[in-house]
Design a protein around this ligand. Structure first.
Ligand code: CDP
Ligand code: MG
Length: 714
């Protein structure tokens, strides 16, 4: 009997055969939902368009089904037939994870099998994964190992309108990968043995000139041309089309109900408070429907969540049926499902989201949107070379997307927490991130890809030349680049391998020389998550007392180490007498008692084990400095010297590398003691310029440990 090839067929009812069966009523419901999506009407046409065009731009309103459906259509359309994978990039981790889970469910498979996802520090794919969701940054890193991205037959760059810095770099990279792959595919047609196939590839690499990397196609498979699809929710596809040489653009007709826009009469001084009032006003006065509130970050979301619960307790029993669902980038994946699940009958859901809910994820059931008109954005000042996270006004395009979320299933209302006259002052669209961020991370990746001429790289929007020079300069000062602009060996090469900000990578590499890598791993993991501590307004004193048990007079980094170690010790002890689940539960209680954010801590533990694996693979020695924290602080100074600041007579601080004046954030353990000289991790701007995560250092260490920056001649 001839052996059967393993191939998945589509049955007449649209399900995969031979795969896990799910609750039949839910499956039926999902099937109906899928059929009713606007994109379902054009399935055949879309597959034809992809067949006929090597680059295609697809524009469609949020919720029309682009992200969840198109990859499935292409899968059934035969684009994985020769083993090629369909890759879909997302700017945000949460979107990659939640969409992959949804699509796996639609296909009736477990996530990680045919449908999987990969984000930094989490890879849920297997050799059978054919539809792979990932962050744009992750695909960029994959290109370091496989410059032709040879395992993909189709790459879909989703949410391209967001124009994150990774999306922009990816577009440039994919443009050249696509050209190379079609060149190679043409060559391969004329050759018929393995050896000449290899020569063909070599020829393409040589043709591309110095700097191009020769690599064998993955799994010994032939390289086929790459299909590239750019998806966007903004209606203007011209920019993308022009960039890809007049590529074809198709529009998917969306469905949108009218949305009533309501503005405040006066500007609000406290948008968090205004949002809270509006939430309760809707809850008590308006008919059924869930509320979506746009906030700026995890810390703010969690504080609003607590305030809602507090105010609910003051309401009569019958009015308390309000369910809060936070959603932000670093929300652990197992907690995300709650957002997408319908609330029980009679209960209203209030979703507290960052701008992730603007276009990246579509949450069913929303009828009311509350939009304070602000967003947290990266901002880079090329004059000072300092990047910060600022709360800035949204653009008109963003405000429009946000209000649109209220009218997907029925007519809705959008409460804009600013006067109508303000709206007129917003920018039309958001400036691409590449024009307002520190480029050193991107430059490091490009250099590692063999692209040395950064200014000459084919960006869709060129970054500011001064920003490029500034970032090159800081990479040079960190020792990642040599004077000729090439990556140094081994420092630069090693730094490019770590999926971290360059200064974090440098700190880990240095720590192995200072014999404090164990401590540095903890600190980098803790700094990679948002807000380990929380200090609710109503319990400020209690939380301060709790913090005292961990706080170190040397600063926040050492305090973070104390917290991490105390939590590990608690968990280990608890495991002696409890099973794992119970021990984890106990840890959450311990966190609550100590005003530690258990979500953030658990995320930090994951990040810790991932980067520990990374540095072990690189062969770095993991040793501890024991109680000698002086060594550790010196190592911090040697790595974060670009973020060194000196106290001024008025108690403010001056950043040495930029002359910028900043304040210590009140959450820092050094807020009161104000040492003479410090290093910090980041700058956050609201009304004030605050620095966060601060460590005391000795002024004299700077010329000693970073002479390249603070040489005595200066
Ligand atoms: O990408 P686009 O905005 O065009 O739409 P999508 O993300 O593919 O969403 C299509 C539909 O799937 C929407 O109606 C969502 O409500 C639904 N969906 C869901 O129920 N759960 C998810 N985790 C993701 C999408
Ligand atoms: Mg989408």
């Amino acid at each position: 009997m001839p052996s059967m090839a393993t191939q998945n067929f589509r049955t007449s009812n649209g399900n995969f055969q031979n795969e896990a069966k799910f609750d039949p009523t839910r499956r039926q419901k999902i099937k109906e939902q899928r059929k009713s999506l606007p994109i379902a009407a054009v399935e055949k046409r879309l597959v034809e368009e992809v067949k006929n065009n090597d680059t295609l731009i697809i524009v469609g309103e949020t919720g029309s089904g682009k992200t969840t459906q198109l990859p499935q259509y292409l899968y059934y359309g035969g684009f994985c037939r020769e083993g090629g994978v369909i890759g879909i990039t997302q700017p945000r981790r949460v979107a990659a994870v939640s969409v992959a889970k949804r699509v796996a469910e639609e296909c009736g498979v477990a996530v990680g099998q045919k449908v999987g996802y990969a984000i930094r520090f989490e890879d849920v794919t297997s050799s059978s994964t054919m539809i792979k969701y990932m962050t744009d940054g992750l695909l960029l890193r994959e290109a370091l190992l496989d410059p032709y991205l040879s395992k993909y037959s189709v790459i879909i760059v989703d949410e391209a309108h967001e124009r994150t810095v990774h999306t922009d770099v990816l577009l440039g990279l994919l443009k050249s990968v696509k050209e190379k792959r079609s060149k190679f595919a043409n060559k391969a047609l004329n050759i018929n043995n393995a050896n000449s196939l290899k020569n063909g590839l070599q020829e393409v690499a040589e043709h591309d000139g110095p700097g191009s990397t020769f690599l064998k196609p993955c799994h010994g498979k032939r390289l086929s041309p790459l299909k590239l699809i750019i998806m966007s929710a903004s209606l203007d596809a011209r920019g993308f089309s022009e960039y890809f040489g007049g590529a074809r653009a198709v529009h998917i007709q969306g469905r949108q109900y009218p949305v009533d826009l309501l503005y405040t009469l006066q500007p609000e001084t406290d948008y968090v408070d205004a949002a809270l009032i509006t939430i309760f006003q809707i809850h008590l006065e308006e008919r059924d429907g869930d509320i979506l509130v746009f906030l700026t970050g995890q810390e703010e979301i969690e504080s609003v969540e607590r305030l809602i619960h507090e105010r609910l307790r003051q309401l009569p029993e019958g009015n308390r049926k309000l369910l809060t669902c936070p959603i932000f980038s670093s929300l652990p994946s197992e907690k995300q499902n709650k957002v997408f699940r319908l609330a029980p009958p009679g209960v209203r859901k209030v979703i507290l989201a960052t701008n992730i809910a603007e276009t990246s994820v579509t949450i069913p059931g929303i009828r009311y949107v509350i939009d304070p008109g602000v967003v947290k954005a990266r901002t880079y000042d090329p004059d000072t070379g300092i990047e910060s996270l600022d709360i800035v006004k949204t653009s008109k395009a963003q405000a429009l997307q946000r209000s649109g979320r209220a009218g997907r299933e029925a007519p809705g209302k959008c409460y804009r927490l600013y006067p109508e006259s303000e709206f007129g002052k917003f920018e039309d669209s958001t400036t691409p991130e590449i024009k307002r961020c520190d480029l050193s991370n991107v430059i490091l990746v490009l250099k590692a890809l063999g692209i040395d001429d950064i200014a000459g790289f084919d960006f869709i929007d060129k970054p500011n030349r001064i920003s490029i020079i500034r970032s090159l300069e800081s990479l040079f000062l960190l020792g990642a680049l040599a004077e000729d602009g090439k990556l140094t060996d081994p420092i630069g090469q090693q730094m490019a391998k770590l999926p971290l900000e360059p200064v974090f990578s440098k700190a880990l590499i240095l720590a192995s020389q200072f014999n404090c890598l164990e401590e540095m791993l903890i600190v980098i993991a803790m700094l990679s998550v948002e807000s380990i501590f929380y200090a609710p307004r109503e319990k400020l004193e209690e939380s301060r007392t709790a913090l005292k048990c961990f706080s170190s007079p040397e600063g926040d980094h050492l305090t973070l180490i104390n917290v991490y170690r105390a939590s590990v010790e608690f968990l280990e002890k608890s495991r002696l007498t409890n099973n794992n689940e119970k021990a984890e539960k106990n840890l959450r209680t311990w966190c609550k008692e100590n005003f530690i954010n258990s979500r953030s801590l658990s995320h930090a533990r994951d990040v810790h084990s991932q980067i520990k694996r990374n540095v072990e693979q690189m062969g770095l020695k993991i040793t501890s400095c024991g109680d000698d924290m002086l060594v550790f602080r010196r190592c911090l100074a040697a790595s974060f010297f670009l973020n060194a600041a000196l106290k001024q007579p008025d108690g403010a601080y001056r950043i040495l590398s930029s002359d910028l004046t900043v304040q210590i954030h009140p959450s820092s353990v050094l807020f009161r003691s104000k040492p003479e000289c410090i290093i910090f991790d980041r700058l956050v701007r609201t009304n004030n310029s605050y620095i966060r995560n601060i460590c005391r250092v000795d002024y004299l260490w700077l010329p000693e440990l970073a002479p390249q920056c603070y040489g005595l001649s200066e």
